[in-house]
Structures are given as C-alpha cells and as structure tokens.
Design a protein around this ligand. Structure first.
Ligand SMILES: Nc1ncnc2c1ncn2[C@@H]1O[C@H](COP(=O)(O)OP(=O)(O)OP(=O)(O)O)[C@@H](O)[C@H]1O
Ligand SMILES: [Mg+2]
Length: 718
C-alpha cells in the first residue's frame, strides 16, 4: 500500500497524460473488439447471404408486395405502403448503387422507411415465397385464416425454425426477389464485402494509430518518471549518513539507482499499456461472448484449466522470482569489489580465489534465472494446448448449433475470436500478477533509500553566517560515530581565532580527521557544542557552513574531467583566482608538463596523476574557493620537504591577506612547527595545546613525536 502511495508521488505530476492514455486505450479496445463482428458479417451476410444484411426489401415487385400484404394487418399495410414509392414499368431507378430498368411495376424503399419494416415483412415474405415454391400463383383467391395456420405449421415443422431461422429464410427470399427485379447479384455481394472490408480497414488503421500514440506516451512517461526517481535517489545518497550507506552497501545503492529504477520504468510502462488493456479487453470480450449462451460453458472450462496451470506455475516459480534481485545485488557487489581491489588482487596473486568467488555468485544467479525461464517456457505449450482445444470444442459444438440455425458460421468465427481474447486477457492479467510483485520488490528497494532520514538536518529557522571570519570554538565536545559504542573524541575544548594557523598532530587513529569532519558538519557532535562566532553551528544551514570552508580531504579525490574542471569544480572561477590557486598549491609544473595545460584530461579517480600531484590539485581546488577557513587534512604528507615549505609560505601570504583561518592536520613536526597554535591529540583526548616550543617543554606526547622525527640538535635550535 505504502509502495503505491510512494509511486503515486512520482506519477501525480503526469496525471493528465495518464488520463489521456486511459482514454486512448479504451478507444483502442473498443475498435479492436469491433473487428470480429464485422468479420462475422462478411462471412454470414457477405458470403452466405450474398450481400444481403436483413430482410428489409429495398426493392420489391408490386405483384409480390400485393401478395405479401394479404398476410398483413391493416395497420402494417399502411406502414409498408408509406415506406415505398411506386416506379412504373419502363422507368429506371437506383438500388444499392445499381441502375436498373424496371420490367414491371416495382416499389422502391424510401430513405425514411419505418424501422419496424423488416419484422413486418419477414413472415409475409416467407409465406408468399413458400406458396410460390409449391406452385401457387393466385394467392389472392386462396388466402384465409386456416391457410395461414397450416402454412405456419408446415414451415416450422419442416424446417424447425424459430425467429432467427425465419430471418435466414426471409433473407434468402429477399435475394430471390432482387434477382427477379433484375439486380446483378454478384455485384451486390462484392459491394457488400468491399464496403465492410473498407470499414474494417478503417477501424484497424484507427486502432493502430491509437496504439502507437498511447504506447509513445506511455514510453515517454515511464522514462520521465524513471529519470525523476533516479535523480532523487542520487540526491538522497548525497545526504545519507555513512552508517546508512554501509547498511545499503555501495553496490546495492548502484543497483538501486540503475537496475531497480529500470524495473520501475518497465512497471510504469506496463501499467500504462497492458495492465489497463488486458482487463478492459477481457471485460468487453466477455460482454460480447455472452451473446452466445450455448457455447459459454466451453470458455468456462478453458478458463478453469488455465487457472489451474497458472496456480501450479506460481507455486513453483514465485519464490525464485523474489530471489533473483538479491542475486543481482550480490553479483554486482563481488564485481565491484573485484574492480576496486584489482591492483591488490594482482599483487597478492589471489585471482584464483576471486574468480571462485565470482563464479559462485554467477552460478547461483544463472541457476535461478534458468529455472525461472524453464518453468515459464513449459507453461506456454500448456496454454497453447488449452487454447487450441477451446477452438476445437467451439467448432464441434458450434456446428451442431448451425444445424439448428441457432447460430451462423460467421458468428462461430466471431465467438472463437472473442473467446481467445478472453483467454488471452486472462493469461496476461495472471502474468502481470506474477510480474508485479517482482517489480514491486524493486520499487520498495528504491523507496527504502528515498525514505531514509537525512543524517544531518538543517534547523527549521537557520541563522545567518557572519560574512567575516569568526572565532571557531570546540566546547567540551565528545563524539562517537553512529552505531559505535566507544567515543572517538572526548572533552575536546579549544578555539581558533581569525587569521590564526592551528595545527593538529597525533598518532594515527587519534581523531584528527574526525575533528575536521565535525567542523564541516559531516557529523553532529554527541556531546558539547561547536560554535562559530558564538553561535552553535547546528543553527546554520549545512550549505552555508560548507560555503565558508575550503577543505582538502585526507584522501585526495579527483573526478573524471580536466585539470580545470577539477579545480573549478562546478563553480565559475576567474583566471586570476585560478592561477593563484595553482601557484600557491605548487601545481604549476603539473599544468606546464602537459601539452594541453589546464585542459589535460583526468581519468576517473584521478589515477593518471601521481599521488602527490593528486594532492596538490585537490589543494588547488580548495584554495580556488573564496573561503574564511581553510582545512588541510594531512594534505602535505605526499610532498617533499622543499615543496611542503614553499607551499606553506605561499599559503601564508594568501591567507593573511584574507585574514582567513588555517587548520592543518599533519604527521610531520616540520610542517607544523611554525603554527600559531598546535593541538596534540592522543586517543581522542587533548594531550596539550600551545606553540612548538611551549609543547616541547610541557607536553610529553608532543616531545616523543618530535624526538622520533628531529635530531636533538634540531630540537635544541627550535
Ligand atoms: N566512519 C567511521 N565510523 C566509525 N569509526 C570511525 C569512522 N571513521 C573513523 N573512525 C574511527 O575513529 C577513530 C579516529 O579516526 P580518524 O580518522 O579521526 O583518525 P586520524 O587521527 O585522522 O588518523 P590518521 O592519522 O590515520 O588519519 C579511529 O579509531 C577510527 O577507527
Ligand atoms: Mg586522518
């Protein structure tokens, strides 16, 4: 239910397209299902009855009509005479597109003839012609109540006819009468068939047109919905907590944005087409089939058989359907890990083990998929058999009905077509029934992501960030990663003033990067608070905070594109700033080394530049951003001492001009010894704060780090 509500959110903007598709589909079904009736007409009236559609005489000899009127009431006579115009012998008239010269007096049907005419004329026509057939020519002299009764008995006993049988006979005699008037009977027949054929052609063309238009609209709609969903999932993933990312797993997130969205797209498309057509077709066909009550039982039996086959198929294949999606996930996960770790795998020669892992996942997917396909391919012959048996039964029992004149050959053919439609629609509905849960699994997986709460929320009433650099302060901050029991940081308190350079040092895992992430508000503190200019940073918009900060992550990341696109990173940056950033970050040589300069290509993950180059380019990216706070998380580690020093010197010039704050995380004492303030971290706690010389004198942890890196002489010089 929730899935439907969620999906509706994406369909709602397109409600009018849906409505249009619905209307078109309804038209299509109506048109499509009119065709078998026309075909039945061609067979019955066109071929069997020589092109005569009902027992209304369009033209009749005066002598015949006079005889017929002997069997009519006074009222009927008036109706009949009012419907015709008399044409005398020798005149000409047009009947059914044929120009005829009349050899005796005839009546021609008026345009506005009485609707009842056919039923009024039927009996008298049959009586009159039966008498002609038995050699009576002067009916006038003979006619009496008794004679009518005996005629009626004779006719019905010899032919066993009811009303529809009577009509059949009447139509035959209409043909005889037309021939006697002098009409070309084969022209009449050809005209009828041609005319009906043209109508059918027109209907088929219109039907095709509605189908094309609605399919086109459905396809577009589905693609649009899918694109919107994909966009939202992508956007959502950006604000997901890392713990939630881990919960979904990266490969699953990828499957969800690609494979699952494709499933959703197919579902929408299917819904717009077959899911609404099949039941409509079924229902309309059933109303058509109901006209033949004597044959309906055959359809009932066929339906029961199909249901049985479907149920068996469902029980066997259904559980596997659900499994397939999970297996795709697994296959993707193995593949991804394999690709990510390719170099490590090669270095450790563990290709064999990886292959085995992949083969396992691959095999299981193949087996399940094959099983489902096999089961499905078994069903088809069964269903075909049932459908063919239905046809055989209808022909068998239908032909008996034809003997009784209860049904015409054309009607049997129409019945078969309608019955097939009913069966087909039923099967399609059943198939959809099987497919929908499978597609719904995908939809549910997508919405699982979309419905996950954002890790970090913006305040309802955000405060404005100050334009100028402010004081950044940690006030007794403790922090544990979501899901972890142990705090990573405990009771951290320090402040950083504008234009100050502050360094963090400590052994690996001491929590340096975590502090940086807290400043960026990638996580929220567990206890205490972080303030900027006296305001808790949780009162600012995340966007505003990050706008203020130029950040170089510990793991330098480059994106596919060019050097320029990596530094600009979606913002517009003027050439002066760009060049300055390149100079300060000591990236000039990288640009100059390459013939294409700034437009040199960077491949995905930035693997076509060295680690140190990657680091410098990502520093350039941070510097190109006009910020009040610059954060370098261990960003100088891959630089040699000389470059490190040059970079820091240039950086100092640049940031003091702006009065910006600089935060440097480092492992090397030489990188940070000139900082205004150094914070020493040890297992998530502050071991000391001060300048290089202060800390050397007072902080044991700092002294140990310094001793391991600098000679005693260097220390003494400091
Ligand atoms: N996303 C995370 N989820 C859970 N624990 C984490 C996460 N990231 C880091 N930690 C843990 O937090 C602690 C501090 O990690 P942090 O990355 O801040 O260390 P660091 O001082 O930057 O180390 P390094 O010098 O190696 O970069 C580590 O013990 C680490 O295991
Ligand atoms: Mg770190």
């Amino acid at each position: 239910m929730k899935v439907i509500k969620n999906s509706w959110r994406y369909l709602k903007p397109f409600w009018w397209i849906l409505l249009l598709i619905l209307g078109l589909t309804f038209t299509q079904v109506q048109l499509d299902l009119a065709l078998p009736d026309y075909m039945s007409h061609i067979v019955t009236y066109g071929i069997q009855y020589g092109g005569i559609e009902d027992s209304t005489l369009e033209v009749v000899r005066k002598s015949t009509l006079d005889d017929m009127m002997l069997f009519m009431s006074e009222g009927d006579k008036e109706t009949v005479l009012a419907s015709y115009t008399l044409y005398e012998e020798g005149t000409q008239g047009v009947v059914d597109d044929q120009l005829i010269e009349f050899k005796e007096d005839v009546y021609l049907l008026n345009e506005d003839y009485d609707e009842e005419l056919a039923s009024i004329e039927e009996r008298p026509l049959v009586y009159t012609y039966s008498l002609y057939a038995s050699g009576v020519s002067d009916i006038d002299a003979l006619v009496s109540e008794d004679m009518i009764t005996s005629l009626e008995e004779e006719i019905s006993s010899s032919m066993g006819i009811d009303d529809s049988g009577l009509e059949t006979m009447a139509i035959m005699y209409v043909g005889d009468e037309y021939e006697a008037v002098g009409m070309a009977m084969d022209t009449l027949q050809t005209n009828y068939i041609l005319h009906t054929g043209m109508v059918m052609l027109g209907i088929a063309a219109l039907c095709g047109l509605t189908q094309v238009v609605s399919t086109y609209m459905a396809t577009r709609l589905a693609a649009r919905v899918a694109a919107n969903v994909r966009h939202d999932v992508f956007k959502k993933v950006q604000s997901l907590a890392t713990s939630d990312m881990d919960k979904f797993s990266l490969s699953s997130l990828i499957t969800r944005t690609t494979n699952d969205v494709t499933q959703l797209q197919q579902l929408v498309q299917m819904m717009c087409r077959i899911i609404i057509i099949a039941p409509m077709m079924g229902i309309v066909s059933i109303t058509k089939v109901l006209r033949y009550p004597d044959l309906i039982w055959i359809l009932g039996v066929a339906l029961a058989c199909i249901i049985a086959v479907m149920i068996i198929a469902l029980i066997v294949a259904m559980p596997r359907f659900a499994k397939i999606q999970g297996l795709v996930d697994r296959l993707n996960r193995v593949m991804r890990e394999f690709l990510d770790g390719m170099l490590v795998i090669r270095a450790f020669n563990s290709q064999k083990a990886e292959e085995k892992r992949f083969d396992e996942a691959n095999d299981e997917y193949r087996k399940t998929d094959l099983f489902v396909s096999r089961a499905m391919s078994l069903i088809m012959p069964f269903l075909m058999f049932i459908m063919n048996m239905t046809t055989v039964l209808v022909v068998w029992f239908g032909s008996k009905q034809v003997d009784f004149n209860a049904i015409s050959v054309g009607e049997i053919m129409a019945f078969i077509q309608y019955a097939m439609q009913v069966l087909m629609s039923f099967m399609i509905v059943a198939m959809i029934w099987v497919m929908i849960p499978r597609a719904l699994v995908s939809v549910r997986r997508i919405f699982e992501v979309l419905d996950t709460k954002d890790a970090i929320l913006d305040p309802d009433v955000p405060k404005e960030m100050p334009k100028r650099t402010g004081v950044l302060a940690f006030e007794d901050v403790s922090f544990a990663y979501p899901g972890a029991d142990e705090p990573v940081l405990e009771h951290i308190t320090f402040d950083i003033k504008p234009n100050e350079t502050v360094a963090f040092i400590g052994s690996t895992g001491s929590g340096k990067s975590t502090i940086v992430k807290l400043i960026l508000r990638l996580f929220d503190v567990t206890k205490g608070r972080i303030t900027y200019n006296g305001t808790d940073i949780r009162d600012f918009r995340q966007k505003d905070i990050r706008e203020h900060i130029g950040y170089v992550p510990q793991k330098a990341v480059l994106f596919s594109g060019t050097i320029r696109s990596n530094i600009e990173f979606g913002r517009h940056i003027d050439d002066k700033t760009l060049n300055n950033a390149i100079d300060v970050s000591q990236s000039r040589e990288i640009v100059e080394e390459n013939a294409l300069g700034l437009d040199a290509e960077i491949v995905q993950g930035g693997t076509n530049v060295s680690g140190g180059q990657r680091q410098r380019l990502s520093i350039a990216r941070a510097l190109a951003k006009d910020s009040n706070i610059y954060i370098f998380d261990d960003s100088f580690s891959a630089l040699d001492y000389a470059t490190d020093k040059k970079l820091r010197k240039a950086l100092d010039v640049m940031t003091s001009a702006k009065k910006a704050t600089v935060i440097i995380v480092a492992q090397r004492i030489s990188t940070i010894r000139d900082a205004d303030k150094i914070v020493v971290l040890d297992e998530g706690k502050i071991a000391g704060i001060g300048t290089h010389s202060e800390l050397l004198a007072s902080c044991q942890v700092y002294k140990e780090i310094a001793l391991s890196q600098l000679s005693a002489e260097e220390l003494a010089n400091a």
